[in-house]
Design a protein around this ligand. Structure first.
Ligand code: SAM
Length: 522
């Protein structure tokens, strides 16, 4: 197992479909790398006058459609072929779907190579092959209202069911492994959905909710049936992991039943749950039997006094009993989440680490974010991951970075040098292991927006594309007014498409969201 921090090469991974404007500057930037002597950006734009098949027709409206998994698979294959054939150092392709205004970019290719000749040749080769091989059809609506479907090189209507060049039917077996399709304007692929099942909680943590909290009326919360329907649609669009959260998810009745249903959705590979642990002793075995893959338990302090100051309720002994029950129920790889707040939690860092090392829990420190219920967050209260790491290293000796397979996840994980590093890495990969590591989620000082793969569904049925999103997409309304699964899918795609590049904490443009953490789902 490698043990050094690395960055995944960004550009070499992208062959994507998007449903909004293509950010070509960002695409070009994504292929730039030290080994490249030339970076080439090729854009295909839509024309107002189409010659040839439509004989100088004036085009009023253009719409691109595709069988997305198949189109994505072919784009990816072409990208891989171009990399090998032309000796590229990176290559990224984005094709736009949906309505595209005349004059806008519908396809963009960025290549980089040691010499410009290869970079140019590859871009040209790719453009030709994309036109001929990728099953994306274009509907041109003329000024006279006529609508004509054309595959760029053949004029074959998609309803004929046959890809004009490859002879592959769009529904053929070749797309049995669908590619993720929730891709935003910056090329980020979304595979993770956080589902909040309630805004209610049995604690009142200062950093999360106000003391005089008012919860949503129950009828405004999605039913389990509605949640499962949304999750099924999301899985069809490439969501692979679901985390159940809240509020406190275990205060909602029969969460294990929801887990069971989510685990059974085709395409969902992992269902996990984040809890404060107070009700875990009673529910751990049911959750395990329901098929829950992974548990995160929030625990900021091991001293009863500080626990109560933060949570504004008692309950440390119940959390510890819950953790023991989770272990006894057979949960492996339990993670402990601890929020770090300057002037408050410093004294808990070493005791928490000692406890987790002894119990085999993976500890994660999270920087305090401006999502508290009383809007009293200030940047001075942010105890950075770096500072916590230094405290740990001073006490326990060196921490060794652990490279993880899932590059999208936000934590930077370490093993204690006196522990078996391979076991920690295996543990993070979901395999049972005895050795526990420590990780840092540093959204304030080390934002990970560029690799964020998360979407959220709030308990009251709103899609959000970021914890700090100031816009929401109302799935509940679609669900409760007879909307179809396609309507839900469209809403989710819209939500993804409008995701901003970064949350912007610390910048003048940063705007705190109206909702606090307990109303969003952490
Ligand atoms: N009640 C559950 C729990 O305690 O894990 C799930 C919901 S809670 C909102 C999810 C996570 O968000 C917890 O680990 C909590 O510590 C974290 N959290 C809440 N407010 C936060 C904030 N302002 N900054 C950083 N983390 C926060």
């Amino acid at each position: 197992m490698a043990t050094s921090e690395t960055n995944t090469p960004r550009g070499s991974t992208a062959a994507l479909l998007v449903w909004g404007p293509i950010d070509t500057a960002r695409l070009l930037e994504s292929v730039a790398n030290d080994a490249a002597g030339a970076n080439v950006l090729f854009t295909g734009t839509t024309r107002g006058v189409t010659a040839g098949v439509l004989t100088n027709q004036i085009t009023k409206r253009l719409v691109y459609e595709a069988h997305e998994p198949l189109a994505c698979a072919v784009l990816t294959r072409l990208r891989d072929e171009a990399m090998a054939k032309h000796g590229l150092t990176a290559c990224a392709i984005i094709h736009r779907l949906g309505e595209v205004a005349v004059g806008e970019t519908s396809v963009a290719i960025a290549t980089s190579a040691p010499h410009r000749r290869e970079a140019f040749a590859a871009a040209e080769w790719l453009m030709e092959r994309i036109k001929r091989e990728v099953p994306i059809w274009k509907c041109e609506e003329g000024a006279n209202g006529d609508r004509t479907w054309v595959h760029p090189d053949s004029g074959v209507h998609p309803d004929s069911g046959v890809h004009p060049d490859s002879g592959v039917h769009p529904d053929s077996e070749s797309c049995s492994t669908p590619r993720p399709v929730l891709v935003d304007g910056f090329g980020r692929v979304h595979t993770d959905l956080r589902i909040s099942v309630t805004d209610r909680c049995n604690l009142r943590c200062t950093y999360c909710m106000p003391l005089d909290v008012v919860f949503k009326p129950r009828k405004e919360l999605l039913s389990y049936e509605e949640i499962v329907r949304v999750a099924r649609v999301a899985a069809g669009l490439g969501i692979r992991s679901i985390r159940i959260t809240g509020g406190e998810p275990l205060v909602r009745r029969e969460v294990a039943e929801l887990v069971r249903q989510l685990v059974g959705i085709p395409g969902i590979e992992e269902v996990s749950l984040t809890t404060n642990g107070l009700l875990l002793e009673e529910q751990a075995a049911d959750l395990r039997h329901a098929g829950l893959h992974r548990l995160n338990v929030s625990l900021d302090a091991l001293s009863e006094d500080l626990f109560e100051r933060i949570a504004r309720r008692q309950g440390l002994d119940r959390v510890l009993a819950g953790l023991a029950a989770a272990k006894a129920a057979g949960f492996q790889s339990i993670r402990i989440n601890a929020v770090s707040i300057r002037g408050l939690t410093e004294g808990e860092i070493v005791p928490l680490a000692r406890f987790c090392r002894r119990e085999g829990f993976h500890l994660r420190f999270i920087e305090f974010m401006p999502l508290d219920g009383e809007s009293s967050w200030s940047d001075g209260q942010v105890l950075s991951g770096r500072e916590v790491r230094d405290i740990l290293a001073r006490h326990f000796g060196p921490l060794v970075p652990v490279v993880r397979a899932d590059a999208g996840q936000p934590a930077i994980d370490y093993a204690y040098a006196d522990h078996d590093i391979a076991s920690v890495a295996a543990d993070l990969g979901g395999q049972p292991a005895q050795a526990a590591g420590v990780g840092f989620i540093d959204p304030v000082t080390q934002p990970f927006c560029d690799r964020c793969d998360r979407l959220r569904l709030t308990a009251d049925g709103q899609f959000r594309n970021c914890l700090f999103s100031t816009t929401e997409w109302d799935a509940r309304q679609v669900l409760r007014t007879g909307g179809s699964d396609d309507d839900i899918a469209r809403l989710l795609r819209d939500c993804v498409q409008l995701k901003r590049a970064a949350h912007g904490i610390g910048t003048p443009a940063f705007e705190r969201p109206a909702r606090a953490m307990y109303q969003i789902g952490g």
